[in-house]
Design a protein around this ligand. Structure first.
Ligand code: BGC
Length: 930
């Protein structure tokens, strides 16, 4: 029975009466019943909408309870799954408030089958919704035997010293009968683009994606029903060197995974009469080369349009002079369906100006440091050669600066065919750039001659953060663009120089920020599988994943804070998405890493061996009396050993691995004690007295209670004395958290607001549109940092983003109820800001936390998604002076409980949007609640 609408005010009045009567200092009985029937919407399977070609054998289903009412909850659900009209799974009515990650529990799922599902839900008052709109998922090829097609490679011999022309492969098949549906399952060694009957299949780029190719290669599934027709058909695939065999890492290293490109392509055609036919790559295919004369991720692409082969992927194309292909059996690798989103063209950036540099170059300024490629449109004579060079910055004199690209040429060359309007964009390369130097252009280029195509993994945008400070908003913009530029199938350090590798440390420090800006669950699930695949047998985690450095002895040993990505990122995904499966699948990898450290640290529990990157790129000067901040690598290593062991202990607890939980619960205090013995004095000095030393000791809770305040005081004093941070990659992400949590919010804001070098805002004052690798990539005098290590698009220092979301705006996760099942709203006004707001699309719906300071009044707004609850902490508030949407807080609908706790008021709320208003008089710098 639902509570009638008329009752609600009565309940609210009753609550007020109870409060007056002193029965409860602040309790309301306003358990509000929704006024409109509930609905289940936004159905997802494995984070995706109607995915095809997945290989999770128990895919997880999620939906949102749709409601704008306050206090909306789900009390029960029912899921039904059908396949070809037959019911395969019916949960019946399950009394549960779970609406995310419900694992399919029906009979075994079969390759290539499509499953349709819907769900209905009961709300808190017991009213049942209508069945949701149907959603579906389709399985990929689950067994090795499902692959009937053969791997093929072009038969032509190739030189192995330089990039080669892209092979084109073509096959034909006949279709007899009415096609009901058709799927293509495709993968390659190297990259591929597929066409059927003259039309490109899908809009994905850089397929099959970059994985640990020695162990796992992804295949894509495409719905090609509309491509296939009765009668003769043709398939064409163009291959590119890609990560498989083009230059990778510095030193012009090629063929890291293999020398020969290959294709595997299988079509499954289902006919209206129920027949199923499978065709695919085999020895009847033919091969040649065409317009792509070379392609290389770092170097660029050369395309000779005169060599195009019109109609090459259409039936009837004369391929008599094409060469045969070879059927090959490449080393066994697991073929896996993608767990993360594909790479696509995401945005278009139009140039803002064309300039002539002092050196005489014609340069397009895109106005934004971006990653992807340029699409050019032109007319000219056949044979005209247009060259595009890409650069991130101009130097002091206004000339294009490319020294920081190191060996990456980033050059795209197009040779015109002379046939009217020609439009071209490269296929198998990407560039990091703001400036494009154009030469050889036929006629005068104009602002309409080219556009920038932004390319990255197609992650749903989930978060936004905005304040009253334009500089901070620019910082948030730069962080987002750092993520856009470096989440291109793997999390890379940088997108422009001869690196672009999955550096584990960089990913680790940025993962939590990334999870605010975009939905990174699938993206990291995929990458973490590669972390596990590339982990060495002794548990060592490589510096980069996919690992292209370990063989040849480079980067053979594991580095603290980098390798810890194996533990920290799964835990971060669990916190953000409530995803226990990623913990389950990564558990062996997480444990192996901790055990590796345990062996290194020995009985002394100190990790003081090995080689580590340390507090990478920390503040350094040439001043004789303060050369900069160097934090001991043994201190960092032992601190991360303690931290990862602690997270492993928590993971074991979540997964119910009680034996392991006990083992690691016993180990953590031992490491902490060893840390204190070795690095902490009785007076509270930590290590070398650097900011990072204090930050790690406090963030990882390594200090005894009685030394914490003193350590925090020393940290704050150091920041005040220098007026700036001195931290590198390792200390920076936690710096403001630690300061604020220990009563130094004002010092944290001082760092955040600082505009001079070194600071987060300094690059913005120099016109940066992305995060820089170094605090002083461009120095105050306009000169550049060392070209050997000076990326202008490196997200690591963008890790301050999570502090802005979590602390400045105040949107926080309760680790006990992860995935925002219990939303914490705890804003921290300060730093001279007059407003801040963070919004996030959680799996349950939108959560938001924001505040505005005006005319002596603080307004805090909170949005709690349906089927979750929230705790709002109102800083420096008193119950008496507090209203919510104009009424006394205790009587506001949706408010379950409000209580004074010290200087703050804590309000427990159900779902809904709330606006709290109170006098700001007592607002001052104050500790963040733990
Ligand atoms: C990368 C980094 C990485 C570092 C480790 C650099 O070349 O760009 O961001 O973490 O190496 O040494």
């Amino acid at each position: 029975m639902r509570t009638s609408a008329l009752l609600v005010p009565t309940i609210a009045r009753l609550a007020v009466a109870l409060t007056w009567m002193g029965l409860s200092s602040a309790t309301s009985l306003s358990a509000v019943a929704p006024l409109t029937p509930p609905a289940a919407t936004d159905l997802r399977c494995e984070y995706m909408v109607d995915p095809i070609g997945i290989d999770a054998t128990h895919p997880r289903l999620s939906w949102r309870l749709q409601s704008t009412e306050r206090g909306a909850v789900q009390s029960a659900y029912q899921i039904q799954v059908t396949q070809d009209g037959k019911l395969r799974w019916d949960t019946g009515r399950v009394a549960s408030d779970r609406s995310v990650h419900l694992p399919y529990g029906g009979s075994a799922l079969e390759s290539s089958r499509r499953y349709t599902w819907h769900v209905r839900v009961w709300d808190g008052g017991g009213t049942v919704s209508a069945w949701s709109a149907p959603a579906s998922w389709e399985m990929g090829l689950l067994n090795a035997e499902d692959w009937k097609a053969r791997w093929i490679e072009p038969a032509a011999s190739e030189a192995s010293t330089a990039p080669q022309p892209s092979p084109m492969l073509r096959g034909a098949f006949a279709v007899k009968g009415k096609v009901k549906s058709a799927r293509a399952y495709v993968t390659s060694l190297g990259l591929y683009e597929l066409e059927i009957n003259g039309t490109r299949v899908g809009d994905q780029l850089f397929t099959p994606g970059w994985t640990s190719y020695r162990h796992r290669v992804q295949y894509q599934t495409y719905d090609v029903t509309a491509h296939v027709r009765a009668g003769e058909n043709a398939i064409g695939a163009t291959l590119g060197d890609g990560w498989y065999r083009n230059s990778l890492a510095w030193g012009n290293r090629r063929h890291v995974y293999g020398e020969r490109l290959a294709l595997l392509c299988q079509l499954r055609i289902e006919f209206a009469d129920g027949r199923i036919e499978t065709v695919g790559s085999d020895g009847t295919w033919k091969s040649t080369t065409g317009p792509i004369r070379m392609s290389d991720i770092y170097m660029g692409e050369t395309y000779d349009a005169r060599l195009e082969r019109p109609g090459w992927s259409a039936p009837g194309y004369p391929d008599r002079d094409w060469l045969p292909v070879r059927v090959v059996d490449p080393a066994p690798r697991t073929l896996v369906a993608p767990a993360g989103p594909p790479v696509r063209r995401i945005d278009i950036v139009r140039p803002v100006r064309i300039l002539e540099t002092p050196a005489g170059d014609t340069v397009f300024d895109m106005g934004q440091n971006m990653v992807g490629h340029v699409r050019v449109s032109m007319r000219g004579q056949a044979g005209t050669t247009v060259t595009l060079r890409h650069a991130e910055v101009l130097d002091k004199a206004g000339n294009v600066y490319t020294d920081n690209l190191r060996a990456a040429r980033q050059q795209v060359t197009y040779i015109l065919k002379g046939a009217g309007d020609e439009v071209y964009e490269p296929h198998f390369t990407f560039q990091g750039f703001r400036y494009v130097v154009v030469s050889g252009w036929p006629g005068e280029p104009t602002l309409d001659s080219l556009v920038g195509v932004v390319v990255h993994s197609d992650m749903r945008v989930t978060g936004s953060f905005e304040t009253s400070s334009p500089l901070l908003n620019q910082l948030q913009h730069n962080i987002r663009w750092g993520q856009k530029g470096n989440f291109l199938d793997v999390p890379t350090d940088c997108p422009q120089r001869d690196e672009r590798l999955g550096w584990t440390g960089d990913a680790q420090v940025f993962a939590r920020t990334a999870a605010f800006n975009m939905d990174v669950a699938g993206f990291f699930t995929k990458w973490l599988a590669d972390v596990g695949a590339d982990q060495q047998s002794d548990g060592a985690v490589p510096h980069v994943v996919p690992d292209v450095l370990s063989e040849k002895g480079r980067g053979a040993s594991a580095s603290a804070a980098w390798a810890d990505a194996a533990v920290i990122i799964p835990w971060t995904m669990y916190l953000n998405y409530g995803d226990t499966r990623v913990l389950e699948t990564q558990y062996a990898s997480m444990k192996a890493w901790v055990e590796y450290m345990r062996r290194q640290a020995g009985d002394a529990n100190l990790w003081n061996t090995g080689s580590h990157f340390g507090d990478w790129l920390a503040f350094a000067t040439t001043d004789a009396d303060y050369p900069g901040a160097t934090t001991g690598k043994d201190l960092i290593a032992t601190a991360f050993y303690a931290h990862s062991t602690d997270l492993l202990k928590r993971t074991a607890a979540v997964l119910g691995k009680t034996d392991d939980e006990a083992v690691y619960a016993a180990l953590v205090p031992k490491i902490r004690a060893a840390f204190v013995r070795e690095f902490v004095t009785a007076a509270g000095r930590v290590g070398e007295n650097t900011q990072t030393a204090y930050v790690l000791a406090l963030e990882f809770e390594l200090l005894p209670d009685d030394l914490r305040a003193e350590a925090a005081r020393r940290l704050a004093a150091d920041v005040r004395a220098r007026a700036h941070l001195t931290t590198g990659f390792v200390g920076t992400p936690y710096l403001c958290h630690v300061l604020a949590r220990h009563g130094h919010l004002d010092v944290a804001y001082l760092l955040l607001n600082r505009q001079q070098y070194p600071s987060w805002l300094y690059p913005g004052t120099q016109g940066a549109t992305t995060i820089w690798e170094r605090w002083d990539g461009i120095k105050p005098d306009g000169s550049f940092q060392d070209p050997g290590m000076n990326s202008f698009n490196h997200y690591a220092y963008g890790a301050i983003g999570e502090w802005m979301y979590r602390v400045v705006a105040g949107l926080e996760i309760d680790p006990e109820e992860p995935g925002y099942k219990h939303v914490l709203v705890q804003p921290h006004p300060g730093g001279g800001l007059t407003s801040a707001v963070a919004r996030l699309q959680t799996l349950y719906g939108e959560a938001a936390s924001g505040w505005t300071l005006a005319d002596g009044t603080l307004t805090v707004s909170a949005t709690i998604p349906p089927n979750t609850r929230g705790t709002v902490c109102l800083p420096a508030a008193t119950l008496a002076g507090l209203t919510e949407s104009g009424v006394a807080v205790a009587s506001a609908p949706g408010v379950k409980h409000a209580v004074q706790r010290g200087a703050d008021v804590l309000v427990e709320v159900g779902s809904g949007s709330y606006v709290f208003v109170y006098p700001a008089a007592q607002l001052e710098s104050k500790p963040v609640r733990e």
